[in-house]
Design a protein around this ligand. Structure first.
Ligand SMILES: *Cc1c(COP(=O)(O)O)cnc(C)c1O
Length: 372
């Protein structure tokens, strides 16, 4: 019976979490969290112990992304989804252009389309499994790009269109696992539960001086709910605070991951590690008779979220179910994509050796299921 397939313990990875978000949390972060007690958790976010952690997060991220002088790391509550609404209120002047090639990029476009104070956005859409790229456009003031479409495993290199518009990049699952040049964006926003191996609920945004000017220029010209007001978030962030109470555990684990990345070589270390892990999977899928990378153009294949299609002889959702029973979790395909597929998160916290073990486990289960 498929249900009872047991993977030999010697094949199993040291950690079975391969989710695309929330993703594997490093044990070291939890040790740091325990060590911080008492003194940190359960204390005021307006006092030094917490503000020092926020300061370390902001400084660490500035170093990780090699931000030039004048850039600020701004943060607030609500995750990247809340940031889309904040951007509709406080970054887009009148009209945005969106590259759309999956669920997350389409959600930001929807948010802009439904904001009554904005003109209808320009949408440049590619079929799922492929990437869309921005085009300079005279009546657009904001370009909404996405670095890594987590729903499909399609990634792009961020580059600035030849235009004065602000470049606002959804890097929720790319930041910390992919290279980026600060000169190519005005806003690079993300959340801590993907490459940064922490928990959800916060958004963070690296903002250029031009983006900070835009926030200031819009402030006061339209109604903005205070909890989504980027000028308020900026004011609090520069004091190493948030407008309302943040999750302190999330901040501490985020800091721990950022420190770990910096100690080991920074963004280059993290990005190389993700490349190594994802290559293991893509190479395997290309050689397997019953699997293939979903994204056909190798240049658009994500180094952090790997999508692998299976041929009809292997039912991917049964495969994911057997893996789950054996402690390997969250490799199911993105629910709305509805493909015979596995989607595997290989963020920096994932050990490449565990990815090799995962491949061995997949092969074992497929054989046991009666596949090849
Ligand atoms: C996960 C994700 C989001 C949503 O992030 P939340 O913090 O859950 O709001 C947005 N965009 C991308 C690309 C994502 O991967």
């Amino acid at each position: 019976m498929t249900q009872q397939i047991q993977i030999p313990p010697s094949l199993l990875p040291s950690d079975g979490r391969f989710g695309s978000g929330p993703s594997r949390v490093r044990s070291e972060s939890l040790v740091a969290l325990t060590a911080s007690n008492p003194g940190y958790l359960g204390t005021s976010h307006r006092q030094a112990p917490v503000r020092n952690v926020v300061a370390a997060v902001r400084a660490g991220l500035s170093e990780l992304f090699s931000l030039p002088d004048g850039y600020e790391i701004v943060l607030g509550n609500g995750g990247s989804t809340a940031f889309w609404d904040a951007a509709c209120f406080g970054l887009i002047l009148k009209r945005s252009q969106h590259t759309v090639f999956g669920e997350f990029s389409s959600k930001f476009a929807d948010a802009a389309r439904s904001a009554p104070w904005l003109d209808d956005p320009e949408i440049l859409e590619a079929p799922t499994g492929q990437a869309a790229y921005p085009k300079p456009s005279a009546d657009v003031d904001t370009y909404a790009l996405i670095q890594n479409e987590t729903s499909t495993g399609v990634a792009v290199e961020i580059s600035r269109p030849d235009s004065d518009g602000l470049v606002v990049v959804d890097a929720t699952s790319g930041a910390g696992g992919m290279r980026v040049n600060a000169s190519d964006f005005d806003v690079y926003y993300f959340a801590p539960q993907k490459c940064f191996a922490s928990d959800g609920g916060l958004w963070l945004a690296a903002c250029s001086p031009r983006a900070l000017d835009r926030i200031g220029a819009i402030d006061g010209t339209r109604y903005i709910p205070t909890s989504l007001d980027l000028a308020v978030a900026l004011d609090n962030s520069t004091k190493n605070q948030t407008y309302n109470t943040p999750a302190l555990a999330t901040l501490l684990m985020l800091r721990n991951t950022v420190d770990w990345m910096l100690t080991n070589g920074g963004l280059e270390f993290a990005a190389s590690r993700c490349e190594e892990s994802s290559e293991i999977l893509y190479k395997w899928a290309e050689s397997a008779t019953y699997a293939s990378p979903y994204v056909t153009d190798p240049a658009q294949r994500s180094p952090v979220v790997v999508t692998i299609d299976f041929s009809d002889e292997v039912n991917a959702s049964t495969l994911a179910g057997v893996l789950r029973k054996n402690g390997i979790v969250d490799v199911d395909s993105y629910r709305k994509l509805a493909r015979n597929q596995l989607r595997i998160g290989v963020y920096p916290a994932v050990e490449p050796a565990d990815v090799r073990a995962l491949v061995a486990c997949i092969e074992f289960v497929v054989q046991s299921m009666g596949g090849k």
